[in-house]
Design a protein around this ligand. Sequence first.
Ligand code: P5A
Length: 433
Amino acid sequence: MHLSAYFLPTLKETPAEAQIVSHRLMLRAGMIRQSSAGIYSWLPLGLRVLQNIIRIVREEQDAAGCQEILMPTIQPAELWEESGRYDGYGKEMLRITDRHKREMLYGPTNEELITDIFRHLIKSYRDLPKNLYQIQWKFRDEIRPRFGVMRGREFLMKDNYSFDLDFDGAKRSYDNMYVTYLKTFQRLGLTAIPVRADPGAIGGDMSHEFQILAETGESEIFYDATFDELRAKGEQPDIETLRSLYAATDDEHDPAACPLPDDRLRTARGIEVGHIFYFGTKYSAPMGAVVTGADGESITVEMGSYGIGISRLAGAIIEASHDDAGMIWPESVAPFKVGLINLRVGDKGCDGVCSDLYAKLRRAGVEVLYDDRDERPGVKFATMDLIGLPYQLIVGPRGVKQGVVELKRREGGEAEELSAESALARLVPAPAG
Ligand code: P5A
């Protein structure tokens, strides 16, 4: 992609309404634009990040044996009357009346709709277990939408739902998602702390939140100091270790019952990027999601639901990884891998080297954003630092004469002069095998 043609509406001024760094940076880098409170359009750079998050979440869901479906955003009110949540959900639910005066709603979550699909289409114990997921927009009329995409009203969620014959099966499904979430967040460049949580409106009696530590987080969490020590060492702890460590939200944390000595207990702010629930027959019993067992008996299925805040993650990753100059994307979610900077557009040597590098990177499947604008070097560096691509490949007249280009890592800022061929070899992944 040539930056001269790319729709990247960057802002020079810091928007006054943005209170936290991720929101400021997303607006300044032209990733999103608000259309009404808590509702956003995703512009090209932002959409690339969102799609990378979606890809990773989807790959991990598929690898864990979940199957993708897509449910509508608009749901009939009757299903929620059946589960008993229609009135209780309150003002957060956006209620709509259609032309036939039927009550509808924009789904804030999909337990009822999936249970309805299940009860009509799955009849036998032989069809279980099942774990179905979707990646779909949700609407919650939050009283205080804020922090950009972190607490929106319309937001993108990966939600999945497990169905099992008994508690042991449901526990296996829950554990499978617990492990899958840790892997997913790790691939997104995040260390997530699984925290025992209050199941809230979704209900049930087993629940974990996945929290990313950040000062601007909306939740307060209590956790074992070992988490910090592991993070400081840059280690991703194994799952058994993680599970054995204490962590709880402020609702769940009970100082009298906490197993940790005072000097091992830490408290911090966190951003909830995922939340998993086991709720047994809370929806399947009132809605009649029943299968026939091996001896012809009726079995009410055991369910769980599991959510990842996809659009929130775009903001959360920035909160976890930025500096004064801008964002620092982990390679897995970066909108492009390389920013190619031509320091003197119009100079034959620079233009030639850049065109050649651009073509070769593209041919090798490396995503590259080529700054071919007629702008001062300072402006180009500032733009690249702001948008935070993992590598900057800098081509200037002095280097071109000496047969070198500069390769710089955004994270850490290490820079090196090397031949164009060596730079390419660094950026192009070695063929497998
Ligand atoms: C689990 C999947 C549920 O809704 N039902 C289906 C369950 N859980 S949850 O915790 O309420 O939401 C799951 C994740 O969605 C993100 N999220 C939000 N993101 C942006 N703006 C919001 N207003 C918002 N509300 C929830 C969170 O990451 C949450 O963990």
